[in-house]
Design a protein around this ligand. Structure first.
Ligand code: ARG
Length: 470
């Protein structure tokens, strides 16, 4: 078969023929890794400055590189940069353009480094920036949840187990449960960021370099906390990408669970909340429909992020040390995770402050299904009946309720006393849904007083973690 020859490449020296056109396209990553251009330039500047300080580059050469890279950045920003698949990836595109702009000094930039440590550095820088944007968006969503929880500290809704009405809870308490999930997610992101925030620059291809480089300096210039410790590990490690993707998968799992509840709650059967029209879409055939597309789509996006986690784990599982071209496959899943997480967080952060609970409807639903049965049992226990006996007594009262269609609070005192003479008129205080939630007044409980305290504490943590954030 005839080989369709590509143009001359940067490694032309050793090769007798040009790269096959298909192979060129197959091995190229520039279409997707150009989004790391700003990080690549930043890394190159730090490397060049260090090379000057250790005497490998002259002052003039460094000045030319600095100026040339500024031009490259300006071209990229303006959209005039001549990206070329023949230069394979973002690194070689930028280096080639730099050399075209400034001549020989551009050819010296790659002294003492390899694309292997370069790409490892770029992804860490990129992901670190992305993590900080994600953290900001996560906090915006948390603030929305906490504010809404405060507004609805005393709004009663049914709490569910097995999706069967179980006991009344407050809407604020439910929203703060979501906030707990997100707070753990933020913790995981920060933790992952710590290990990500180390500089692999200087590992070169795999074994380090013969030049007298200063890895502490480049780490410092790039705001990394320290250089990585082992050159082989530095160019091959993608744990940080897997950790980030695992964070993303768990975050999306949480957003998906929230979405599932929003979808249920907006249905005509639940009618617990209303979402503004701008977050919903209609049906092309059924005129009455208002579909919760945004939460549904977030729920759906969880699948692709989970897929990316498996993709990265599988990508790494059999790779020998050190760098392998396989690693080029880390980028698309990773970038898609970043985009998906940011989109989903934005959708939620925009939507949450506008969730409107149908307060009366929620309260009615909380009253249904003998939701205060446990409260009646607890009442009897406080009057001396052992809990198991109380459980039995209340079970009989519920059976009568099922038969007559009356809730416990709707039965008259005589009827209730028929089940136990320990019952007095004050029983009706515990049989209301408000009495039920107010009675669960302890740390982590659903009582409005506790929800207000929890809101305060959550807000405090948000402020503190913001101050600690890098
Ligand atoms: N485009 C490559 C990647 O994304 C850069 C490193 C290539 N190094 C190499 N020796 N082929 O991983």
């Amino acid at each position: 078969m005839a080989t369709d020859k590509g143009n001359e490449s940067l490694w032309g020296g050793r090769f007798g023929e040009a790269t096959d056109r298909f192979v060129q396209r197959f091995t190229a990553s520039v279409d997707f890794d150009q989004r790391m251009a700003a990080q690549d330039i930043r890394g190159s500047l730090a490397h060049a400055e260090m090379l000057r300080d250790v005497g490998v580059l002259s002052d003039e050469e460094f000045a030319a590189i600095e100026k040339g890279l500024a031009t490259v950045q300006a071209e990229i920003t303006a959209g005039t940069f001549p990206w070329s698949i023949e230069r394979e990836d973002v690194h070689m595109n930028i280096e080639a353009r730099l050399t075209a702009l400034i001549g020989d000094a551009g050819k010296k930039l790659h002294t003492g480094r390899s694309r292997n440590d370069q790409v490892a550095t770029d992804i860490r820088l990129y992901l670190r920036d992305a993590s900080d944007t994600i953290d900001t968006e996560l906090r915006r969503l948390q603030r929305g949840l906490v504010d809404l929880a405060e507004d609805h500290a005393a709004t009663v809704m049914p709490g569910f187990t097995h999706l069967q009405g179980a006991q009344p809870v407050t809407f604020g308490h439910h929203l703060l449960a979501w906030n707990e999930m997100l707070e753990r997610d933020r913790g995981r992101l920060q933790d992952c960021r710590k290990r990500m925030n180390q500089s692999p620059l200087g590992a070169a291809a795999l074994a380090g370099t013969t030049f007298p480089i200063d890895r502490q300096q480049t780490a410092r210039l790039l705001d990394f906390t320290a250089p990585t410790r082992n050159s082989l590990d530095s160019v091959s490690d993608r744990d940080f990408a897997i950790e980030f993707t695992a964070f993303a998968a768990l975050l999306l799992t949480h957003l998906s669970r929230m979405s599932e509840e929003l979808v249920l709650w907006t249905s005509a059967q639940f009618r617990f909340i209303d979402l503004p029209d701008r977050f919903c879409t209609g049906s092309s055939i059924m005129p009455q429909k208002k579909n919760p597309d945004v939460p549904e789509l977030v729920r759906g996006k969880t699948g692709r992020v989970n897929g990316h986690l498996i993709a990265l784990l599988t990508l790494m599982k059999s790779q020998p040390l050190a760098y392998n071209k396989d690693n080029q496959e880390d980028k698309e899943p990773l970038f898609d995770c970043v985009d998906t997480v940011l989109d989903c967080l934005r959708a939620f952060a925009d939507m949450v402050p506008h969730i409107e609970p149908e307060i009366e409807r929620m309260r009615e639903a909380a009253r249904a299904g003998f939701a205060t049965a446990t409260d009646l049992a607890d009442y009897l226990v406080r009057r001396g009946l052992p809990f198991r006996d109380a459980h039995e007594v209340v079970g009989k009262a519920v059976a009568l309720g099922v038969e007559t269609g009356l809730d416990l609070a709707e039965m008259d005192l005589d009827t209730l006393r028929g089940f136990s003479s320990l019952i007095d008129a004050d029983v009706f205080e515990v049989l209301t849904v408000e009495g039920s939630v107010a009675a669960r007044n302890h740390l982590g409980g659903t009582a409005p007083t506790q929800v207000r305290l929890a809101v305060k504490a959550a807000r405090q943590r948000l402020v503190e973690s913001n101050e600690e954030s890098p």
